[in-house]
Design a protein around this ligand. Structure first.
Ligand code: ZN
Length: 68
């Protein structure tokens, strides 16, 4: 199932440095995997690919609330 929802701020963790931060990811597309409209910047690493990010427990809750 695919869907697009509007702007969301999610709690993310950078796998590179382990930093946890809130980021406005823009539109979220739900497909086989999540994709975000905005590019994500880690304060430490700069531009971070989605593969190098993970949702924190809070972030997962935020996504679940948006999706369901
Ligand atoms: Zn980082």
């Amino acid at each position: 199932m695919k869907g697009v929802i509007k702007l969301a701020i999610l709690n993310l963790k950078c796998k590179g440095c382990g930093k946890i931060f809130d980021f406005n990811v823009g539109k979220i597309t739900f497909g086989n995997k999540l994709s975000f409209e905005n590019e994500i910047f880690c304060q430490k690493c700069g531009l971070v690919e989605i593969e190098d990010l993970e949702l924190t427990e809070l972030g997962q809750t935020q996504v679940a609330e948006l999706y369901f």
